[in-house]
Design a binder for this molecule. Sequence first.
Ligand code: NAD
Length: 394
Amino acid sequence: MIIKPRIRGFICTTAHPRGCAAHVQQQIDYVKRSGVIDAGVKNALVIGCSGGYGLASRVVAGFGCGANTLGLSFEKSPSVKKTATAGWYNNAAFEEAAAAEGLYAKTLDGDAFSDEMKAAVVRTLTEEVGRIDLLIYSLASPVRRHPRTGVLHRSAIKPLGKAVRMKSLNVDKGQVHEIALEPGDADDIANTVAVMGGEDWQFWIEALRGADLLAPSFRTLAFTYLGSELTWPIYWQGTLGKAKEDLDCAATEITAQLVDLDGSARVASLKGVVTQASSAIPVVSLYMSLLFRVMKDQGLHEDCVQHIYRLYATQLARGAEPRLDASGRIRVDDVELSDPVQGEIKRRWPIVTSDNLSELGDLDGYKADFLKIFGFGLPGVDYDEDVDPCLGRI
Ligand code: NAD
């Protein structure tokens, strides 16, 4: 099969097996070049391991810390007629690269919110890995079937309080336009909190704790985005922000439950990067295209794996002094939110239009990052070659 990108709105319905493998390898190479991190991580579980920040966290755990990794994701396998999702190819590539270095790496695919997947992870850890020192909780999902009530919750990306009109970007057309967003109601908040809040993270800790799978000094991290005040109406002050506040509360509660293990749960606030999840959020694409231009011009830009490497190296490594805010979150979004970066983005925001976007923003960089998620545009990959979407497994 000759595989080309097929883009529908903010998703690409095809993925390139070789390109995804090259993308994973790029991340591994970066981590290896950057050096070993002594973070005391021998066994790590990464929930949401197949893309974006979860994949980068797994790459740094494995190739930076030398950890055995069990990953969990929700990806689709290929058929002879249809490619797999990018995450499925990423998982295959990661496992192969880890095995070549003698690192244990296994991935389970299924719904992380379900009791069945929790049982499967507990079983695998018990039989094959042992206690874990680190759990990275990096899920981004639009829906969650609640395991106790059976209710299917759908998250909403809406402002709260009043309708807002904001600038956004049609990435495909490269057009800056204004969008009107109606405010969410109490149901939208409750559903978004149910999907993206902290309850499932707590359920995971309970399941692992119950099976005695948490090592002394165990640590767990979940990720949040506080971001610039330019995006607050749609993110931090909207339904998503409520879910992220719930994650903050869960961190406090989990830490209280881990006292006897000398363990901790923290939320880490990360930089904006292009991922499948973030590309679905209106307004954020325009903000990120300005952010990338400004950070690149100032020599400060980080991609997913560079950012996560810095998280491990400066916040999790032995002897590191974590940069915590008043709510106890780890802050590695300091560069994105620094005055020189934000001052310049805020100067550009009111004046950016479709006509000057290529000068004020980095639409090309944004688009290239988007395609890379699906394995397209990687150097050294022949995109005219006939490839087996099943990697010889069917
Ligand atoms: P992503 O879309 O790249 O990855 C999401 C992962 O979750 C994938 O591995 C996917 O398979 C998995 N997943 C989704 N539903 C699942 C389910 N039901 N069961 C098992 N796995 C499932 O997302 P991302 O942008 O890396 O987001 C990860 C976390 O980082 C989120 O909490 C997000 O809010 C946070 N974050 C993202 C950004 C950003 O700019 N992308 C910035 C700060 C924080």
